[in-house]
Design a protein around this ligand. Structure first.
Ligand SMILES: Cc1ncc(C[n+]2csc(CCOP(=O)(O)OP(=O)(O)O)c2C)c(N)n1
Ligand SMILES: [Mg+2]
Length: 671
């Protein structure tokens, strides 16, 4: 059993460490038993580590869970959610009462199956898909260093993670720890639940990695300790405070610690222990109290621990107050996530004005760079990046300096060839607050980032993914690099905005919409190949805001509506001209964001979609999703399979995505 270390908080009688840790164990077993589902093993195993962290080191204030300079605590092993719920209850977060603990995993409770940052104050990020939390934490640690560089004393905190075997087996963890080591994120401290057990049984069934050596190889300090020895835990965390690099503390623990027959076994991982086992655990742990009952002295000691950082919080308020007024207001604006709206509007107007004066027939990726040259100075919280495709994604403006271990104040991150950790770290950056991350890769590699993009959508986080080379229009690199199903599959993710601008003007409008979407992530799909600038008037309004609009049309009634996105809008405009030559009036509707169109009130949507006899959609991707606009009997000109390697103009001909093909299909349908 865990030793009886005395460690009272100032002003409260000392309560033995073991009794405090056992309060976590008891709540975990009882809540899982009551819910008839859940994961008791991990909270019981990590109770000692968590107790030391939350009573001696972590800087937090239950009265103000969003205090900007709190330490961030990420439970990457989200299945152990009862660990964090127990901690939040015990330390006094108002939202997590004992009643909520009793309602573990029930509809509408503050204690859902896995931690959800948008449900439970004190939960920093949604976790459950293993590996994501660890990579989120890397992003939080990046944001912390960057803001410390920009705002000095207003930001000065650590990021702690509890990660499990599963977290460290996931590939994203390798990308994340390599990035963290490279950036020397020395305020990042990972407590690894080194219990040698996963769902299938002993870890030795599937894994024989030496994690300490692996982290060391990635530029971390890494130590092994007994995760049930409070002194060892405390001295390891104390040492980690002064590290010059990120720290892994591999805590050797026993899963299900205290359970008489299931401790150390996979059977304690993910199911209720059962009445007999719980009775035996109570005896073994010396816990004589009824389910959900925490003795007053233990609760008082925990609540006192929850008050530990009051002085640090007050101190931070003083530090913030000592900043000059402008800087303080800027810090507070950024942490609220409010944009500098006037500066943003002026930057957008400047770009549009320049494009109206001198139209640019350029690739939309180049148009995006042109827009960023104005947006990045106007919105100082934007932090750009690319997964080793900077020159192709056009995400780095001329004035941007690189964010590195030598200069955390830089605003461009070379993420390396690590799309997954890039996307997950961006989630962490946004969750931290104070920055708006945007990044770059090829659209086809959205697959490598998708698990993190999905979580950004679930959490409602503003992260912006620039994804270039968005169709067969990329040409010679061929079908491995040509996205076909990606627009459709990204549009299927709820709450994610997928933009595909047609020209330089739409590109800056889509950027504006993505930045203004405070509670949603965005993908901006951009071409490699040049496209003509179709919008030459100086429009004050952002006409992309409704998701679609008529970009070309006849004076009178139209017989045909052609809907298109991105590079195919120019093809649609050509097709309309061909049709006009044949005496057929056609209108063209540009659809820079299909989801925004479909989300319009019925009347608005119907007005944009129109009621022509023939409806035809043109997109160099699969048809899926377009029937909502053109109907099941509508015509679709696009892709039905994978692309090919050739110059892009030949590919468009080869796959029949041409103005002639569109005009032909429409004429045939008209009969
Ligand atoms: C990406 C992902 N794959 C699979 C799972 C399902 N799952 C939950 S926990 C777990 C592994 C359990 O082992 P470990 O991470 O060591 O946790 P422990 O049992 O030690 O608490 C798995 C496979 C998941 N949550 N996320
Ligand atoms: Mg394990």
């Amino acid at each position: 059993m865990a030793p009886n270390t005395r460690q009272g908080q100032a002003g409260t009688p000392a309560v033995a460490h073991a009794r405090m840790a056992n309060a976590i164990r008891a709540l975990a077993m009882d809540a899982v038993e009551q819910a008839k589902s859940g994961h008791p093993g991990m909270p019981m195993g990590m109770a000692d580590v968590a107790t030391v962290l939350f009573t001696k080191f972590l800087k937090y204030d239950p009265a103000d869970p969003a205090w900007p300079d709190r330490d961030r605590f990420v439970l990457s092993a989200g299945h152990g959610s009862m660990l964090i719920y127990a901690l939040l209850y015990l330390t006094g977060y108002g939202a997590v009462t004992i009643e909520e603990i009793k309602r573990f995993r029930q509809l509408g409770s503050k204690t859902p199956g896995h931690p959800e940052n948008f449900i439970t104050p004190g939960v920093e990020t949604t976790t459950g898909p293993l590996g994501q939390g660890l990579a989120n934490a890397v992003g939080m640690a990046i944001a912390e260093r960057h803001l410390a560089a920009v705002f000095g004393g207003a930001v000065d905190h650590k990021t702690y993670v509890i990660a499990s075997d599963g977290d460290l087996m996931e590939g994203v963890s390798q990308e994340a720890i390599a990035l963290a080591g490279h950036l020397k994120l020395n305020r990042l401290i990972v407590l690894f639940d080194d219990n040698g057990i996963s769902i299938d049984g002993a870890l030795s069934l599937a894994d024989s990695v030496d994690q300490v050596k692996r982290f060391e190889a990635a530029g971390w300090n890494a130590w092994r300790i007994d995760g049930h020895d409070p002194q060892a835990i405390a001295s390891a965390i104390a040492n980690a405070q002064n590290s010059d690099r990120p720290v892994l503390i591999a805590c050797k623990t026993t899963i299900g610690f205290g359970a008489p027959s299931k401790a150390g076994k996979a059977s304690s991982h993910g199911s209720p222990l059962g009445a007999d086992e719980i009775k035996g655990a109570r005896e073994k742990l010396g816990w004589t109290h009824a389910p959900f009952e925490i003795p007053a002295d233990i609760l008082a000691a925990w609540r006192a621990a929850g008050q530990r950082s009051k002085a640090a919080h007050a101190d931070w308020k003083k530090r913030l107050a000592s900043l000059d007024a402008g800087k303080r207001a800027e810090f507070e604006r950024r942490m609220r996530g409010d944009l500098p709206l006037a500066a943003l509007a002026a930057a957008v107007a400047k770009v549009k004005g320049a494009l109206a004066a001198t139209p640019k027939d350029i690739a939309t990726r180049a148009a995006s760079e042109f827009a960023l040259e104005a947006l990045v100075p106007a919105v100082p919280e934007m932090i750009g990046g690319s997964a080793d495709l900077t020159g192709s994604n056009n995400t780095r403006t001329k004035a941007m300096t690189v964010l590195s271990a030598a200069d955390y104040g830089g605003r461009f991150i070379h993420y390396g060839v690590r799309e997954h950790a890039m996307a997950a770290a961006m989630n962490g950056m946004t969750l931290h607050g104070g920055v708006i991350p945007y990044s770059g890769t090829f659209l086809v590699f959205s697959d490598y980032a998708r698990p993190a993009i999905r979580l950004a959508a679930l959490m409602g986080e503003r992260v912006i993914h620039v994804m270039t080379h968005d169709s067969i229009g990329l040409g010679e690199d061929g079908p491995t690099h040509q996205p076909v199903e990606h627009l459709a599959s990204l549009r299927a993710i709820p709450n994610l905005l997928v933009f595909r601008p047609a020209d330089a003007v739409e590109t800056v409008e889509c950027w504006q919409l993505a930045l203004q979407a405070k509670d949603r992530p965005s993908v901006i799909a951009l071409t490699r190949q040049n496209v003509p600038q179709l919008r030459n008037r100086l429009d004050g309004d952002n006409v992309c805001a409704a998701g679609a609009y008529e970009i070309a049309g006849p004076d009178g009634a139209a017989a045909v509506s052609i809907f298109a996105t991105g590079s195919e809008v120019a093809i649609a405009v050509e097709a309309a001209k061909l049709l006009a030559g044949r005496g057929v009036a056609a209108r063209v509707v540009s659809v820079p964001c299909l989801q925004l169109l479909l989300a319009q009130p019925d009347g608005v949507r119907r007005a944009i979609v129109g009621e022509t006899r023939v409806k035809i959609a043109v997109e160099a991707g699969v048809r899926q999703g377009w029937d909502a606009v053109i109907g099941a009997d509508g015509l679709f000109v696009g892709m039905t399979g994978f692309g090919a390697s050739a110059p892009y103009k030949e590919l468009y001909k080869n796959f029949g995505i041409t103005a002639e093909a569109v005009a032909e299909a429409a004429t045939k349908k008209l009969g």
